[in-house]
Design a protein around this ligand. Structure first.
Ligand code: AMP
Ligand code: GLY
Length: 425
């Protein structure tokens, strides 16, 4: 089969690699991709992920068997519906089902109607009643812009002032434009976070191994929130029982709810969960693979990825099998200043891998005038390694990175340390 992957990040690099490793797949192209992918033998095509018509033309003219949509924006803008209207297969939810990520209010209402465990909340479209609500409830409290805000729409306020500030930024300064027309105010939940992603076809679903992201920029979970600085899978401190509960009380009722309400979901459903004293609860849903979670989860797949996705798209039962042992770990390399003002244009140092199960997945890179890779945005690349346990994976990753001069770039030195600490206690 020929597969087109839509997107340009390290996530799409990992998805393309999983397709390339599939016996059923002979050719993989990523649009628009990035020049780092070319270095690992993947073809890229300079078509923007938002140009649905050009992507459709490309797939038609070159006889691709299906497209796999990586990022949320084209999904929320209805790319899967557009492909379908041309008789083409694209993996991902349609516009209706993608609302589960596109509107936090939509997701919260769906969970409320179906008793799916999540933080209690209220939605507001005006400043004054929102301020009253915050004053009444006190801090900590969580303020969320309703729409897509590139990971910047959430404020976990530790004081009432901070919460009121966030409300002012949204309603008065119009910080998020249309995405901030509504605001969800949520109860603060305490516990360890983890990500549970599933392949979904209507009411059928196949869960992936769980993983854990590291959202803060710096070691020890300090610094501002980012798109994610690293991840690992599985997460030993989250028990089987918690995952079972999350599947039966969250994943199953959610896909059944979307189906029964006339918006059946096909694609990857990402549940961002928190393990509270009352069990797992939903922090957020995404309508796609997580980034950087994908880069540590997909390398654990031992069955044919291309065949499974094609089977789902054509109404047949897919097979997914996963590595039973070991730990996969990924460390993000970011430009100095990320997630604030960036230093870019830095040449990428050579990263020497020690075995064929290690990868560098590229995201924010471009070619300079001498055809060398240089940094071009916040998250630049992710180093993925496998280890026999958390400690081994950590030492493999950092023995590669700690010997390289990453001036004008940085990375966290403590990916998976929470797991190590939990295992030691
Ligand atoms: P999001 O952008 O929705 O992934 O949220 C960013 C981060 O904010 C999450 O990963 C959590 O760490 C935190 N967060 C979001 N909602 C809550 C909540 N209700 N209680 C505690 N932390 C939250
Ligand atoms: N890692 C969080 C996300 O993909 O949204």
């Amino acid at each position: 089969m020929k597969v087109l992957v839509v997107g340009s990040g390290a996530r799409e690099h990992a998805i393309a690699t999983a397709f390339l490793n599939s016996k059923s797949v002979s050719e993989v192209t990523v649009a628009p991709g990035n020049p780092g992918m070319i270095k690992s033998g993947i073809k890229v095509e300079a078509i923007s992920e938002s140009d649905h018509n050009a992507l459709i033309e490309f797939v038609k003219n070159n006889n691709y068997d299906f497209a796999f949509i990586g990022p949320e924006v084209p999904l929320i803008e209805g790319i899967v519906d557009d492909f379908k209207s041309h008789g083409l297969l694209a993996f991902g939810p349609n516009k209706a089902a993608a609302q589960i990520e596109g509107s936090k209010d939509f997701a919260k209402q769906l969970m409320q109607r179906h008793n799916i465990p999540t933080a209690s909340y209220r939605t507001f479209s005006e400043l004054n009643p929102a301020e009253e609500y915050v004053k009444k409830h006190g801090a900590p409290i969580v303020i969320k812009a309703d729409g897509l805000a590139a990971g910047k729409g959430v404020t976990v306020a530790t004081s009432v002032d901070q919460a009121l500030n966030a409300l002012n930024e949204i309603f008065v300064d119009n910080r998020f434009g249309k995405a901030g027309a509504k605001v969800v105010i949520e109860e603060f939940l305490d516990g360890e976070e983890f990500s549970l992603m599933s392949f979904v076809s209507g009411t059928d679903f196949w869960v992936m191994p769980i993983s854990q992201d590291h959202k803060r920029a710096h070691d020890g979970d300090t610094g501002p929130n980012t798109g994610g600085m690293g991840a690992y899978s599985p997460v030993p401190q989250i028990s089987e029982d918690v995952v079972k509960q999350a599947i039966s009380q969250i994943v199953r009722p959610t896909v059944e709810a979307l189906s029964s309400e006339g918006m059946p979901f096909t694609g990857v459903l990402y549940a961002g969960l928190i393990n509270t004293a009352q069990g797992a609860k939903v922090i957020e849903f995404n309508a796609r693979f997580g980034d950087p979670e994908t880069e540590v989860v997909l390398p654990r797949l031992t069955s044919d990825f291309g065949e499974a996705i094609f089977n789902i798209l054509t109404g047949k039962k897919p097979t997914f099998t996963w590595a039973k042992n070991g730990v996969t770990l990924g460390v993000v390399l970011a430009s100095k200043g990320y997630p604030g003002k960036l230093v870019t244009g830095t040449p990428l140092p050579q990263i020497s891998l020690n075995s064929s199960d290690q990868h560098v997945y590229y995201s924010g890179v471009k070619l300079d005038e001498n055809n060398n890779l240089v940094t071009s945005s916040g998250r630049v690349a992710l180093l993925q390694v496998n280890g026999k346990d958390v400690k081994d994976a950590q030492s493999k990753a950092y023995s590669i990175l700690d010997n390289i001069d990453f001036s004008n770039m940085f990375y966290r030195h403590d990916i998976a340390s929470k797991a190590l600490k939990a295992l030691q206690s």
